[in-house]
Design a protein around this ligand. Structure first.
Ligand SMILES: Cc1cc2nc3c(=O)[nH]c(=O)nc-3n(C[C@H](O)[C@H](O)[C@H](O)COP(=O)(O)O)c2cc1C
Length: 212
């Protein structure tokens, strides 16, 4: 099958787009407003986009509280969402009023950022502290009615790793078990059963691919 997204005539009961672009990491975005009221929400239109320099992005479908706080304060945190924190991550996605602190609502411990003035999830094994670089309003967005999609780019200026997740000098992804967002209501978990390691291949002098 194929279909035009301009017509969206896929004739499927649910839009398959997010199931195709999966798994997506979850950026658990911590912010606070100018009065110091904290905010926490998961965003799966999220990823690292560079490590030289360190940059991440996430996209808000609709102009939501997280992006409002980020535009006001110019900073945010991304806590790693893991299997053991699943329920609390999910709780923190509720549509709550602007003044509601989702750390408190979800039973999570907020920790003040060390590098930027944004709270993060203390229980998370790894956290990125970010300064806002820029927000891009995607075509069709309208700030007057908060509709459309807004992409936030952040410069990662501080990283925390819980020392118990460092093994032989490496971040222990097997122990952390990060969540991945799939399509529909589905999630995946990165764990020992689905991690494998492989070097990139090289070309030999004849131009043939050599693998180890
Ligand atoms: C796993 C997960 C991923 C989500 N990803 C996004 C996303 O990428 N963009 C978005 O706008 N909302 C996303 N949501 C919904 C937001 O978390 C939800 O609208 C939340 O209330 C926004 O909070 P805020 O207004 O405090 O920023 C996601 C929810 C869950 C559970």
């Amino acid at each position: 099958m194929h279909y035009s997204t301009k017509k969206n005539n896929h004739n499927l009961p649910h839009d398959p787009f997010k199931a195709i672009v999966s798994p997506r990491p979850i950026g658990w975005i911590g912010t606070q407003n100018s009065n110091g009221i904290r905010n926490l929400a998961p965003y799966s239109f999220f990823n690292a986009i560079s490590d030289k320099p360190y940059y991440v992005m996430f996209s808000s479908t609709g102009y939501k509280d997280s992006i409002k706080n980020i535009e006001d304060t110019k900073v945010f945190s991304c806590s790693l969402a893991t299997q053991s924190l699943f329920d609390k991550m999910n709780f923190s996605s509720v549509s709550a009023k602007y003044c509601v602190d989702e750390f408190e609502l979800s039973g999570l411990t907020p920790e003040d950022g060390k590098y930027v003035k944004a709270p993060f999830v203390k229980e998370s094994p790894a956290i990125l502290e970010c300064e806002l670089w820029k927000v891009i309003d995607l075509p069709g967005s309208n700030r007057a009615d908060l509709s459309g999609s807004y992409v936030v780019f952040g410069h990662v200026i501080g990283i925390h790793i819980d020392d118990s997740y460092i093994k032989d000098g490496l971040f222990d992804t097997r122990k952390a078990k990060p969540l991945g967002r799939l399509g529909y209501m589905d999630y995946g978990v990165i764990n020992d059963g689905n991690i494998f390691s492989k070097r990139r291949p090289q070309l030999d002098p004849e131009g043939k691919i050599i693998t180890e």
